[in-house]
Ligand binder design. Structure first.
Ligand SMILES: [Zn+2]
Length: 274
């Protein structure tokens, strides 16, 4: 898999190296767009190809925001697609594992839901459960035991929510980091990377928080420069999915920039000095 990303010394993208820019700013003739569309109909893309398109799109769109009107249009067409069954949610018929549920609940902990979001939820739920029979709890009563549990959980919640919880680790991760992964190390990595997000090129100065130091192969116990990279919060969140792809992208980047060496199997080649 080859992904071409060309950057300058500061890690910023060099304009015009991201691919074919011939049509940039120009409008393609309608026939041409239609021709391309027809060509793609019925074609089955490989998973690899789909991921490539996704990454290319997310890199192209990085830092760009859709105008409100476009967002609305996208939202309407997506809703329609789901309603008509042209698009199927990836979670349909599946259930989150308990581990995922725990992580989701932890990541939401301490987050406040805005008034407007609350209202939206309320309207949606009221509509959904207009027919009382549809409510999963309709006609049922909680047993004394459950009531007790809920009461206990609620009082515990108050005592142990967010940063009051003994397991609180700053809300960053649920796995223990290597003890080498300390402030000093993180500062050194950010300095090595010129205080710039290695993916989108945004400088620390433009952010309201420090750059994240990401473990390239996701092994949080392998805290060495060859396995760590500075990312802005936004880019860091992208790395939760398509892990293998990101490992490849970042290792390639590190190799180009710092001459670190990796095997094709993504293992780090350590040069031992005698
Ligand atoms: Zn970034």
């Amino acid at each position: 898999m080859v992904i071409k990303i060309i950057r300058n010394k500061k890690g910023r993208f060099i304009k015009g190296t991201g691919g074919n820019d011939y049509w940039k700013g120009k409008k393609q003739p309608k026939e041409m767009i239609e021709k391309r569309r027809l060509k793609l109909i019925g074609k089955v893309l490989s998973e690899d190809h789909k991921i490539k398109i996704g990454v290319a799109n997310s890199i192209a769109l990085m830092g760009r925001k859709n105008p409100e009107e476009t967002k609305k249009k996208i939202s309407i067409s997506l809703k329609k697609a789901y309603d008509e069954g042209r698009r199927i949610s990836c979670m349909k018929g599946k259930k989150h594992s308990n581990e995922t549920k725990r992580k989701m609940s932890l990541s939401h902990m301490g987050k406040k839901i805005s008034e407007s979001t609350r209202k939206k939820h309320s309207v949606r739920l009221k509509k959904l459960y207009k027919d009382k029979n549809k409510h999963p709890f309709y006609g049922k009563k909680q047993s004394e035991e459950t009531k007790n549990k809920i009461g206990k959980a609620n009082s515990l919640k108050e005592h142990f929510s967010g940063d009051k919880h003994p397991n609180w680790k700053g809300g960053i991760s649920f796995e223990p980091y290597d003890k080498n992964f300390n402030d000093k190390f993180r500062r050194a990595i950010r300095k090595r990377d010129n205080q710039v997000c290695m993916l989108c090129g945004v400088h620390r100065e433009k952010l309201n928080r420090a750059l994240c130091v990401h473990h390239i192969n996701y092994d949080k116990k392998l805290t060495i420069p060859q396995n760590c990279i500075s990312l802005c919060n936004n880019c860091h969140s992208k790395t939760s999915f398509n892990r293998e792809l990101w490992i490849n992208i970042f290792q390639k980047l590190m190799n180009e920039k710092y001459k670190y060496k990796y095997y094709e199997s993504n293992q780090i080649i350590m040069e031992l000095k005698e």
